[in-house]
Design a protein around this ligand. Structure first.
Ligand code: GRF
Length: 191
């Protein structure tokens, strides 16, 4: 019996695309992306999901704060696990409590460095560049009520070139995300 996941996005959804395509191509993984949730009606990932026939839900800030519609949708789609992939809003207690130990996030840096409120996307890579770090990477972690503070599940590092721009750092890190998130999600969901 496949486990059903909901993927939450705020932007392009390249990680969501990898998850959808991988698990569609490998039914033996036993994971099904049942629903895409976005807090932005203009998120490119919504078109990607529609092209793949994956149902999606756009939540407004009031829906998010209230939670009833979102929880009802997650129940209706029989979602077992929540996977954040570029989702920028803090996860409220009602959702953490509804999915205890079953919400994960991917952060484009080696937490605890470069985490917390406001540290997302290019801000992260600009901070890594400004610090002159010669490595960056990804952190996949459980999600609690605070930004980027849940227990770490997996990390992978990548060496940087001193001349790398923040955009080049972002590219190196995104390749790590695409190569690892689906496998870590598969292992977690099947536990
Ligand atoms: C990625 O950098 C990811 O690490 C972060 O947000 C970005 C999502 O990109 N959480 P995408 O929307 O999956 O392309």
């Amino acid at each position: 019996m496949s486990k059903r996941i909901a993927v939450f996005i705020s932007g392009g959804g390249s990680n969501a695309r990898i998850l959808i395509d991988r698990f569609r191509a490998h039914p033996e993984d036993g994971v099904d992306v049942a629903l895409l949730v976005s807090n932005k009606a203009t998120a490119g990932g919504l078109l990607m999901a529609a092209e793949r026939g994956v149902p999606s839900l756009v939540v407004t800030r009031s829906d998010w704060n209230d939670g009833q519609e979102l929880l009802a949708a997650l129940k209706a789609y029989e979602v077992d696990f929540v996977v954040l992939a570029g989702f920028l809003w803090l996860i409220p207690p009602y959702l953490v409590q509804a999915y205890p130990g079953r919400i994960v996030n991917i952060h484009p840096a080696l937490l605890p460095k470069y985490g917390g409120k406001g540290m997302y996307g290019h801000y992260v890579h600009e901070a890594v560049k400004a610090a002159g770090d010669l490595e960056s990477g990804i952190t996949i972690h459980y999600v609690n009520e605070n930004y980027d503070e849940g227990n770490v599940i997996f990390q992978a590092a990548v060496r940087l070139d001193p001349d790398d721009s923040p955009e080049q750092i972002a590219e190196r890190v995104l390749r790590l995300e695409h190569g690892n998130y689906w496998r870590v999600v598969r292992e977690l969901v099947q536990r």
